[in-house]
Design a protein around this ligand. Structure first.
Ligand SMILES: Nc1nc2c(ncn2[C@@H]2O[C@H](COP(=O)(O)OP(=O)(O)OP(=O)(O)O)[C@@H](O)[C@H]2O)c(=O)[nH]1
Length: 850
């Protein structure tokens, strides 16, 4: 077990046994003894490290660098002084409890560690021996690996067995919990306020970045990116906490926060709401219980408990220690932190730290974490590091009482010592949990593999591959559509539209036989002058009929065909794209549906401007003259016959519907006969018929008028169908007598020009541009959006989850294997180190870690 390098063979085995609940040696109250034991083992480890680097701590950097070929990267970094920002200096005042280190600054060793421990950066002397420093570095690397694995496991899910332990911080309100965490991090970043602002657990992962110059935080699940302003982190945490409604009190949904800094150690901590004694009058009555339940959930084994108590409150009244006792009665995994040491007499402070009533195997650490008032304003901007100010203030206090807190005292004090202790304890606890967690991962992986096989036939899937496949399938479907929607289809929709326009024109200009008595005078048309029945016998020079035909033709050609035909074709394309999306995998993705629709709309809008103008120019000649060939006439005659027949059918159907409304044929006939009589003047319509007339209600009269109109229209259609069928309408020379045929032929000519042009200008350009635009837009989506897109479909989300879970578990297992190898190597080193020690009989005094 590599933890042994730090803890020492004997002490570590004791610790391990204690973790397993079989620890039989009474270490309580003799924490210091164990610490020395730990230090012995620690030096054993140093011995083996010595071997690793060429048995030469006394060598110069150059001498040693010749051996670097065999040394690991972290070690090289130390020799090259790259790992930390500063070399291990000898200046500054050492912490009172720090053991003296020989050969300080030699080889620049420990620079990385010092950076991580924030010792030199804070003006303190790194007093560790080189071997110790190197060992620390290796431990940090391993701890970091485990923390990384812990973070990976966090992303897999909140399963208790699938997790590595963390340090859980508990304490009553105002015990100084936040101050301790902020002293470790070096920034004020936790929510502050009187209104119980910590309502959710904060899972804090500290990542040491020795070479970085910038400190920042990240909320991995919020995607806010790197936040360098710690007051912004504080604000975000406050907002997230206050989002838990007051009546809900607290939530067990953790907030994950990672802080990257060269000044933090690699640690994983969980901050919890502070215990309260009694609810305030404006707080929910169950608040106390809820906080307790939440804390209880987190302080379970194998987590380490950081129990915060204030020195000015009797330890017997410490809620944190009481809570820890319930779940850790033998005090095996609790570190006691006594804050506000400056508020009690030093002798009393030292007594608290050596408390016999609440003995803790991992001991107590006394701290003064208050930011000195005179420097506080300097840090108000949220970016300055406060570690230095706190440590200086703290050292000043403890150094002022050397007889109580000096190097020879039994007690452990100071935030730097606490940081180190936390790292060592976390490393050991995590490594002790590795086997169990590894077993749980194996089991989870087996389940995920089974699900992947059975449910998804081992079909690999990623958000990117899903998007790519969906896009390819859609483009393929679109290609299929473009093969079936060409000039012929454009012609159909344009002609259908123009047919309608022709029918409207005919109705307006030719078929408008007025029902005179029922229409206001100003609506009576020129149709009165010459009835349509007289058209077949009209004089070819008759100005009225000539004018009518010219005006109708002109209306048709000047309709704005360019715009009309382009718009309806673009609309048909847009509708088709929408239908294609609905039948594609994209249909389950609102984002994609919207993006595709917008893409086609954009292209069609752009193309439509030019296309409609140019098409209008193409049909310009028809605005002045339209020649119709015999062939065209023949086609027009056939087409309009079909159109009129269909119109006639519609009229008859509408008439039948009205008859039904009027209460049958007979009743309808009576109403229509009355209106007919009014029209011919043989009956009188009282008023305007609003109150009814002739024994019929106003509503019946209205329906009767509609029926009469439809009857008239049907009569006209029949008459015109007969006319079109007659010999007279057999030739374009007689267009004056057959306006229906002529207008249809004109519409047909306009359609032919439009479909040719639209095919070349709108369709082919759209078919070219659209898939490319989609390709561009979808391929340039960022990872997050692609992920969001794929997860919109619940089926795909489940599939992705299984694949991802399986992949992550495989990665974690691989990482675990790596750790195990390191661990095995470490164990070997410890064994060798012990041998060396036995031979040399050399023992050094080291730090008391536990
Ligand atoms: N004198 C002195 N004051 C301290 C020390 N540590 C914290 N304080 C002060 O004690 C008060 C409470 O400290 P916090 O760190 O906010 O305590 P907390 O436990 O997080 O409190 P809640 O957020 O209410 O749960 C603050 O005014 C701190 O400035 C210390 O070591 N010495």
């Amino acid at each position: 077990m590599f933890g042994a390098a730090m803890i020492g063979g004997v002490a570590y085995l004791q610790y391990q046994a204690a973790q397993a609940g079989t620890y039989a040696v009474d270490m309580f109250g003799r924490a210091k003894d164990v610490a020395v034991g730990g230090a012995t083992g620690f030096l054993d480890g140093a011995g083996s490290m010595f071997e690793q680097v060429g048995r030469g701590w006394g060598k110069t950097k150059e001498e040693v660098s010749g051996l670097q070929v065999q040394t690991p990267q972290w070690m090289k970094d130390i020799y090259e002084g790259k790992a930390g920002q500063e070399e291990g200096g000898s200046g500054g005042s050492g912490g009172p409890n720090e053991p003296q280190r020989s050969g300080v600054g030699a080889l620049g060793a420990g620079a990385a560690t010092a950076g991580a421990f924030a010792l030199n950066a804070e003006g303190e002397e790194d007093t560790r021996s080189e071997a110790v420093a190197a060992k620390d570095d290796q431990m940090m690397m391993l701890t970091r690996k485990m923390i990384e694995i812990r973070s990976l496991l966090q992303t897999i899910g909140q399963s208790e067995s699938l997790s590595l332990p963390s340090i859980v911080v508990v304490g009553s309100q105002s015990s100084g919990k936040s101050s301790v965490l902020e002293a470790i991090v070096g920034h004020e970043f936790l929510p502050k306020g009187s209104n119980m602002v910590t309502r959710r657990p904060i899972e804090l992962t500290l990542v040491n970045t020795p070479k970085a110059h910038v400190e920042y935080g990240e909320f991995p699940s919020l995607g806010l990116g790197k936040i360098t302003d710690f007051s912004q982190i504080q604000k975000t945490l406050t907002d997230l906490n206050l989002a838990v409604p007051e009546e809900q009190c607290v939530s067990d949904d953790p907030i994950q926060l990672r802080i990257y800094s060269p000044n933090v150690p690699d640690l994983s901590l969980i901050d919890l709401p502070g215990y309260i004694q009694v609810e305030a009058f404006d707080q929910p009555t169950e608040l106390k219980t809820k906080i307790q339940e939440l804390c209880d959930k987190y302080i379970q084994p194998p987590n380490v408990i950081l129990a915060i108590s204030a020195a000015d409150v009797d330890l017997a009244n410490s809620t944190a220690l009481r809570a820890s006792r319930r779940v850790d009665p033998r005090g095996e995994r609790t570190i006691g932190v006594v804050t506000k040491m400056d508020l009690v007499d030093p002798i009393r402070g030292a007594q608290i730290l050596t408390d016999r009533n609440y003995p803790l195997r991992l001991g107590y650490v006394g701290v003064v974490c208050k930011v000195p008032r005179d420097t506080k304003s300097l840090f108000s901007r949220g970016s300055a590091n406060i570690t230095s100010a706190i440590t200086k203030n703290e050292s000043a206090y403890f150094n002022a009482h050397p007889e109580t807190f000096g190097p020879n005292s039994e007690v452990m004090t100071g935030t730097p010592s606490l940081r180190k202790k936390l790292m060592h304890v976390l490393e050991a606890t995590m490594s002790a949990s590795l086997a169990t967690t590894s077993e749980a991962i194996h089991q989870e992986l087996a389940e995920a593999t089974y699900e992947f096989k059975v449910q998804y036939n081992e079909r690999p899937l990623s958000a990117e591959s899903y998007l790519a496949e969906s896009l390819d399938a859609f483009k393929h479907a679109f290609k299929g559509f473009s093969d079936t929607f060409g000039r012929k289809e454009v012609r159909e929709i344009v002609k259908q539209e123009l047919d309608q326009q022709v029918l409207n024109l005919l109705a307006q200009r030719y078929w408008n036989r007025p029902v005179e008595s029922l229409r206001p005078i100003d609506q009576l048309s020129e149709g009165l002058a010459e009835s349509l029945e007289s058209l077949p016998k009209a004089d070819p020079e008759n100005p009225l009929w000539n004018l009518k035909l010219d005006a109708s033709t002109s209306t048709l050609t000047k309709l704005g065909i360019g715009r009309l035909a382009t718009t309806i074709t673009a609309q048909a394309l847009q509708d088709s794209v929408r239908n294609l999306v609905q039948t594609s995998t994209f249909s389950a993705h609102p984002f994609a549906v919207q993006a595709i629709s917008a893409a086609s709309e954009d292209i069609l809008r752009d193309l439509s401007y030019d296309t409609s103008d140019e098409l209008e120019i193409c049909i310009k000649p028809y605005k002045y003259r339209v020649e119709v060939s015999d062939q065209e006439w023949k086609r027009g005659r056939a087409n309009i016959t079909t159109a009129l027949q269909s119109e006639l059918k519609d009229c008859d159907a509408a008439n039948r519907a009205i008859e039904d409304i009027l209460g049958g044929k007979r009743k309808a006939k009576d109403v229509v006969a009355f209106i007919d009589r009014v029209r011919s003047g043989s009956a009188v319509l009282e008023g305007d018929g609003v109150g009814g007339a002739g024994g019929f209600s106003a509503a019946l009269l209205q329906k009767g008028r509609e029926a009469l109109f439809l009857r008239d229209r049907a009569d006209i259609l029949r008459m015109r169908l007969a006319a079109i069928k007659s010999r007279q309408c057999g030739t374009p020379a007689n267009k004056l007598y057959c306006p229906e045929v002529f207008l249809d032929a004109v519409a047909d000519k306009l359609t032919s020009t439009a479909d040719l042009f639209l095919d070349a200008e709108l369709l082919s350009k759209f078919y070219y541009q659209f898939p490319r635009k989609l390709e561009r837009e979808f391929r340039s989506l960022d990872e997050q959006t692609v992920e969001k897109f794929a997860r919109e479909d619940p089926k795909i989300r489940r599939h992705l989850d299984v694949v991802r879970r399986k992949e992550l578990l495989e990665v974690v297992l691989k990482e675990m294997e790596g750790l195990r190898m390191l661990e095995a190597r470490e164990r070997k080193n410890v064994a060798r180190g012990t041998q060396t020690e036995d031979m040399g009989g050399r023992r050094k005094k080291g730090w008391g870690i536990f």
